[in-house]
Design a protein around this ligand. Structure first.
Ligand code: IYR
Length: 229
């Protein structure tokens, strides 16, 4: 095997890991506390219109940006929308797509799977929530000369970043919803994103409505999600 040519790449540069070692008891306590906190997280579709300071959304996006990514290419763009007219336009376009989804495009099996969640084509959360954050996945990047630069594991990377975002929103005392309008190509045009960016997830963020409801769900216990060898 010939050596991989590295002349065009940045050489690896290492710095000491800032690792904080904790006593075993504290580790267990923090592990359980973190679980209990995240286990309280729920996805709701019912948002209050109460404003949320931009600073909080900045913290959530900053946190999402700490996610690991393929070759550390950080293939994500978070578009944070608070502008009323833009949210309204997103809602109208999403509802139009969703109307077709719920009335023809979705196979029967898909509708059957969604039935317990009570979802439909009415997307009030897109105008009620003070913020609608749209996560765009950068399917590739660009070299300084404008040529295409391949990005790796962009789906996985953006999925992890979304998880960090969702956890951050929960930890700061707000709620979010992982909304996936189907299809979501309209978001590129509405939000003026370049063709290498693909909308992946729409995340309304805010306070829950006073009468917010959630589906009566149960989470699988550990013995149903873990296998030990
Ligand atoms: N995109 C539709 C349908 C939908 C699909 C799944 I999978 C969900 O978990 C929820 C909804 C919608 O947003 O209504």
């Amino acid at each position: 095997m010939p050596d991989t040519p590295t002349s065009f790449a940045d050489p690896a540069k290492f710095v000491p890991l800032a690792f904080h070692r904790r006593p075993p008891g504290e580790m267990l306590e923090r592990a359980a506390a973190f679980y209990r906190e995240l286990n309280r997280r729920r996805t709701t579709r019912h948002f209050s219109t109460e404003p949320v300071p931009r600073e909080l959304i900045e913290w959530a996006i900053r946190t999402a940006g700490t996610a690991p990514s393929g070759a550390h290419q950080q293939p994500w763009t978070f578009v944070a929308v608070s502008d009323r007219a833009t949210k309204q336009a997103i809602r109208e376009a999403a509802e139009q797509e969703e109307h077709e989804f719920y009335h023809g495009r979705a196979p029967e099996e898909w509708l059957e799977a969604l039935a317990p969640l009570g979802t439909d084509e009415i997307k009030t959360h897109l105008t009620d929530a003070p913020w609608v954050v749209v996560l765009f996945r950068q399917a590739h990047g660009f070299r300084p000369d404008g040529a295409k630069r391949t990005y790796y594991y962009t789906q996985e990377s953006c999925g992890i970043a979304a998880g960090f975002f969702i956890a951050a929103v929960h930890m700061m005392g707000l709620v979010t919803l992982t909304h996936t309008p189907n299809p979501m190509g309209f978001l590129s045009e509405l939000l003026g994103r370049p063709s290498n960016e693909k909308a992946m997830l729409v995340l309304p963020v805010g306070y829950p409505a006073a009468d917010a409801k959630v589906p009566d769900l149960e989470r699988k216990p550990l013995d149903q999600i873990a296998v030990w060898r």
